[in-house]
Design a protein around this ligand. Structure first.
Ligand code: PEP
Length: 248
């Protein structure tokens, strides 16, 4: 019912030419995928990557977007700028944006609404820090991130949620299958309360945090996990392809 979605997040890695080489290597490997395949790439790489992805089943995403249509926002990128190059997905509220660039639940909300208004799909990242998991406030943190971040969303199934425990991102420390499933089931329940139970059933929720070719099968076998947001392992074509083929 929910089509799986495997998305790479290249972060600040790969020049445009390196990125094109990665996409060229990836195209034949993922052509037979049974899921949506997305690469979210640095803004300056988008024209080259969009061109390279043309005619393939690889969709292009951005790593961030400003909520204003245009204006005096030095260094920012608008929806229209992304759409001119066929961008379909935008990562919103990644923990690195929250940690280093002042992203808040309120700005996550503004970006999410702007991405949806432009007809693109936001990949909205939520997740607790290590101390929050250890002091038992994970659900409280998720409640706040979801309630504020998704306020005013009319059709939540147009949003992809990425549950990314901050302690698992780039650390090699993955949540266990059970931890990821339990927390994502909680997120789905919360979406049900904030919107409607049927809306929750139709909303795709990814896991992200050191997902790789080895652990993807166990994570993807969980009833509530509909995909992955992949950092490090998306930078090598064979590794990313192995995750895209989690069902083999
Ligand atoms: C991410 O950046 O969203 C991520 C999950 O990174 P990694 O896979 O490297 O942990």
């Amino acid at each position: 019912m929910r089509r799986p979605i495997i998305a790479g997040n290249w972060k600040m890695n790969k020049t445009a030419s390196e990125g094109v080489a990665l996409v060229e290597a990836l195209k034949p490997l993922v052509a037979d995928a049974n899921c949506d395949v997305v690469v979210c790439v640095p803004a300056i790489n988008i024209p080259a990557i969009s061109e390279a992805c043309k005619g393939s089943n690889i969709h292009v995403g951005a790593e961030n977007m400003h909520w204003a249509a245009s204006g005096a926002y030095t260094g920012e990128i608008s929806a229209e700028m992304l759409q001119e190059y066929g961008v379909e997905y935008v990562i919103v509220g990644h923990s690195e944006r929250r940690q280093y660039f002042g992203e808040t639940d309120e700005t996550v909300n503004k970006r999410t609404l702007a991405v949806l208004a432009a007809g693109m799909t936001p990949i909205v990242c939520v997740g607790e820090k290590l101390e929050e998991r250890e002091n038992g406030t994970t659900n409280e943190v998720l409640d706040r991130q979801l309630t504020v971040g998704l306020a005013g969303v009319e059709d939540v199934k147009k949003v992809v949620i990425a549950y990314e425990p901050v302690w698992a991102i780039g650390t090699g420390r993955t949540a266990t299958d059970e931890q990821a499933e339990e927390t994502i089931a909680y997120i789905r329940k919360k979406i049900g309360e904030l919107f409607c139970p049927r809306c929750a059933e139709n909303t795709r929720i990814q896991y992200g945090g050191s997902m790789n070719a080895k652990n993807c099968k166990g994570l993807m076998a969980q009833a509530n996990i509909d995909g992955g947001l992949i950092g490090g392992a998306s930078l090598k074509a064979p590794d990313f392809s192995a995750i895209v083929h989690f069902d083999r």
